[in-house]
Ligand binder design. Structure first.
Ligand SMILES: Nc1ncnc2c1ncn2[C@@H]1O[C@H](COP(=O)(O)OP(=O)(O)OP(=O)(O)O)[C@@H](O)[C@H]1O
Ligand SMILES: [Mg+2]
Length: 147
């Protein structure tokens, strides 16, 4: 499978909208599957995007997922308007979560989303401004042998 030009798109996310949770990441997964990308690349992109999508729905007010699929890698940027993260190093630790009880009762809030995003990415960046919002950038290499 050869991608010649980049394929780009975006999805809008609404904080608190659990009804539609997971739709954006599963649509991206379908696009990657139709392109015939490697199963492992698709799986990692889907997991990382799903965790980022859930974080916007759980923790933020609204956000956007931007994806671009390039010949060598997939870039996923998830940007939100929300409370931001005060201590990113702490937020990146496995098991750290500020999710309220009602979110935990739905099965979220194990504090594993950010560590999972990082684990499934070839490059992972997170930036946040308290009171404004958070941006995560996920890069997944497409070419075999790069990971
Ligand atoms: N987009 C975001 N906006 C504001 N805070 C966030 C955002 N993403 C993560 N956080 C903060 O970082 C913490 C850790 O995030 P992480 O995704 O690892 O766990 P979680 O979302 O709490 O639980 P899980 O992902 O396991 O359901 C969150 O509890 C929250 O405090
Ligand atoms: Mg999470």
């Amino acid at each position: 499978m050869i991608i010649k030009n980049s394929i780009e798109g975006s999805f809008h996310l609404t904080g608190g909208d659990f009804t539609n949770a997971g739709i954006a990441s599963s649509e991206l997964k379908s696009i990657l599957t139709e392109l015939g990308l490697d199963d492992n690349v698709i799986r990692r992109a889907a997991i990382a995007t799903f965790e980022a999508e859930m974080n916007v729905i759980i923790h933020a007010i609204a956000g956007t997922i931007y994806y671009s699929i390039m010949p060598e890698h997939i870039k996923i940027i998830v940007n939100d308007m929300g409370p931001g993260i005060e201590d990113i190093e702490l937020a990146m630790q496995e098991g750290y979560s500020t999710a309220p009880d009602w979110v935990r009762e739905m099965g979220w809030g194990a504090g594993m989303g950010l560590p999972n995003m990082k684990k499934n990415s070839d490059e992972f960046k997170i930036d946040s401004v308290v009171g404004e919002g958070t941006t995560v950038e996920i890069i997944i290499n497409i070419k075999q042998g790069l990971r």
